[in-house]
Write a protein that binds this ligand. Sequence first.
Ligand code: NAD
Length: 334
Amino acid sequence: MNVGIVGFGYWGKNLVRNFFAFEGCTLQVVCEQNTALHSQLAAQYPSVSITSDFNDLLKHDSIDCIVIATPVSTHYELTKLALQAGKHVLVEKPMTAAFNQAKELTQLAEKEQKVLMVDHTFLYTGAVRYIKQLIKQGGLGKINYIDSTRINLGLFQQDVNVLWDLAAHDLSICAYLLEKRPRSVQAIGVSHTDNAIENIAYLILKYDNNLIAHFNCSWVSPVKIRQMLIGGDKKMIVYNDTEPTEKVKIYDTGYEAKTDEERANLLVDYRTGDIQVPKVPMTEALSLLVQDFADAVKKGKKPDSDAQLGLEVVQILDAAQESIKHNSKVVCLQ
Ligand SMILES: NC(=O)c1ccc[n+]([C@@H]2O[C@H](COP(=O)([O-])OP(=O)(O)OC[C@H]3O[C@@H](n4cnc5c(N)ncnc54)[C@H](O)[C@@H]3O)[C@@H](O)[C@H]2O)c1
């Protein structure tokens, strides 16, 4: 498996490091248009060729996989060119900046019989994998709500709003954990700059059976919070990704509600029990993602972060954008 990576910026550096270290592949070329970064690349990875022209990756016969770590607005075009050139693709999250583009790429990958995977990194973290197992085993009971806060003094993106940047993580986690799609999407957002790109936004998803999910995303918070509450009718979870080790806390907390005999008052019994802090594996998520990509390419395994999941994330982000544009209208998903 011979790999070429495009983009050696903030996140691309992590991908380069992980693909370089992975024994099951050879990182042959890194393409970075900012030539000021080439000396760092050459010093750290002397065996890897460097180019600033993406066509060099496309034309390179021995490269069978291309990893795309460039800004969101470029994902569609670069992924399309790579698939058309017969390469397997791992593209950064979110897959594209529009639903119709993501749909087209998913269909193109199927037609070309190539792997198209999206780097939804959180699916490969020990914490999210642990929570997934717990939910699968029924440990939380029926999931009633998810409430996520993903805020910090973040880098203002030039091409997409804060939901495309940050909620993409939450949406991939929800799709992975819940294995279901929301019925409707509603969002509100504001921009405090001249470019009209929202830097604070709130997103609400409604699912069948009264399951609701809410996401608070911001690039202008003085503190960094990465916290997700997952409420089941048996137990509830607080997943705090900024905690170094105790990321997942399971609360044996619940309630039972019934109406009294005259059916006039709602009686609620609360239960607060133990808090469990499981040990979750701390393996670097990207190393597991690289392994999953390799298994997809070499063995035809369906990756956890496959094109379908990436497509669902983009569909919701697209609907959220529409909702923001139309005064927070509820957008129903088909
Ligand atoms: N999975 C994650 O947790 C995570 C975290 C951060 C960023 N990202 C994603 O990674 C992507 C890149 O984000 P970033 O923060 O690294 O951006 P960045 O601006 O730091 O890096 C992008 C790099 O791509 C290069 N580039 C752009 N177009 C190119 C082209 N056509 N040919 C060659 N080089 C090109 C730029 O010169 C730049 O160095 C985005 O899609 C972002 O959403 C993912």
